[in-house]
Ligand binder design. Structure first.
Ligand code: HEM
Length: 398
């Protein structure tokens, strides 16, 4: 308890959960990065990106967190484009010094791995075309070939995050309510969390783009079995997971809040391990928030101990909203990955080709080829199991 009380200021602040990142420009010195990043679709489609001569720029003129994030975003997009420009056919083994050195320097300062992560391509990759207005005015800063499809994916993910904001903001209120036995404010805050998760699901329905092969990993990826050498930084190749919404902190926050553990009982251990790994791909402030929350008082135990029917119902509403969101996400993954991958395999079999060669990078991505569907269903099921039952509610906890 003492620990969480001391850490409450950091729970209150939650600075980087607020989506207020609208840094869109860097000092002129960095024009070579910004120009290449802005021109990526064209350079990649024309297979010109690897021929671009990039000067080795110093990172010393970048000022503050936001400029660092924007510079990292630009370098992250260029790096992904550089590596995957040739699709799965012509991968590279070395990231040139002019990219590798500044990218790794900035990444180290931000405590993030040197690969494009969700916090880059979704949370830091947007602007308002017009300062007024909302959804219709949102645009992305950088993109890959694929026009509206990848723009849609990034922006819808951003809207899902925006919908989560009210739920995240309710978390410090919940922790305070537990510490001060504020049953009324706890129930209201739990209702806010449930509503916010329902709104995430609504925002999710806007999805019409698909994840991109260009944000694929160089870890557990048969196309780059050794990983990538970052020239001038490390001598041996490094492996990193690619960008995935699994790196979003929001669902992991709600999991921790509700005491949902994905490593229980018969659930395959890789689910929890993979989600744990994804924390290394989140901004440091998000990681710290989740850790602080995890070390605090248990909401679940508190709700059980009160024996309050209203609180019990509000808690279960949060759990079922989260399970519903995960079920919906499974439908989306089926629509955009499983069905197209099956179609692709069937076509290749008809042509008498080797199925493995033509498999999309995406279908192998993320869970290391262990089967993302098994993973998604396992964590949806552990979410469902976190519902408080009638029996639990009647067993005294102290
Ligand atoms: C076309 C759209 C999408 C597809 C095909 C898709 C697919 C996947 C796949 C295959 C995974 C397994 C892990 C991995 O590969 O890294 C995953 C995990 C995940 N995705 Fe998505 N996703 C999509 C959109 C989104 C959006 C918009 C969000 C929310 C912002 C989201 C949130 C998550 C989360 C949180 C996980 C980790 C599992 C969990 O906690 O439930 N996804 N997704």
């Amino acid at each position: 308890m003492k620990n969480i009380r001391e850490n409450i200021p950091s729970l209150k602040a939650t600075p980087s959960f607020r989506i207020s990142f609208i840094q869109t420009e860097l000092p002129d010195y960095y024009a070579p990065w910004m120009n290449v990043a802005a021109n990526l679709p064209h350079l990649i489609e024309g297979h010109q990106l690897r021929r671009e001569v990039m000067p080795l720029l110093s990172t010393q003129y970048l000022r503050g967190h936001r400029q660092l994030r924007l510079a990292r975003l630009a370098l992250g997009f260029i790096t992904m484009g550089y590596v995957w420009q040739g699709g799965g056919r012509q991968t590279v083994k070395i990231l040139p010094r002019a990219l590798a050195v500044p990218y790794c320097t900035i990444s180290e300062l931000l405590d993030l791995p040197p690969i494009l992560v969700y916090a880059d391509c979704v949370l830091a990759n947007w602007k308002k075309r017009d300062p007024c207005g909302y959804v219709e005015n949102l645009d992305i800063l950088f993109s890959f070939p694929g026009g509206d499809s990848n723009k849609g994916f990034f922006l819808v993910s951003l809207l899902v995050e925006a919908a989560a904001a009210a739920g995240i903001k309710a978390i410090p209120i919940i922790v305070n309510a537990i510490l001060h036995h504020g049953l009324c404010s706890l129930e209201t805050a739990l209702q806010d969390v449930a509503l916010s998760i329902c709104k995430m699901r609504e925002a999710f329905k806007l999805i019409h783009g698909k994840c991109l092969d260009l944000i694929a990993a160089w870890k557990d990826n048969f196309l780059m079995p050794e990983g990538l050498v970052y020239e001038g930084v490390w001598d041996s190749p490094k492996q990193f997971f690619g960008g995935s919404a699994a790196q979003s902190s929001t669902l992991q926050c709600f999991d921790v809040l509700l005491g949902i553990q994905h490593s229980w009982g018969s659930v395959p251990r890789f689910s929890a391990e993979y989600l744990g790994c994804m924390r290394d791909y989140m901004p440091a402030a998000h990681r710290a928030f989740i850790q602080t929350l995890a070390s605090g008082p248990s909401l679940r135990q508190f709700v059980l101990a009160t024996g309050d029917a209203g609180l019990h119902a509000a808690f279960n509403k949060c759990v079922s909203a989260l399970a519903d969101l995960r079920s919906y996400h499974i439908q989306i993954a089926t629509k955009y990955i499983t069905i197209p991958a099956g179609r692709c395999r069937a076509e290749q079999q008809q042509l008498g080709g080797c199925v493995h060669k033509g498999t999309s990078v995406l279908s192998e991505r993320g869970t290391g080829g262990t089967g993302f569907m098994r993973f998604l269903k396992a964590i949806r099921d552990t979410t469902r199991k976190a519902q408080l039952t009638e029996q639990e509610a009647t067993v005294p906890t102290h």
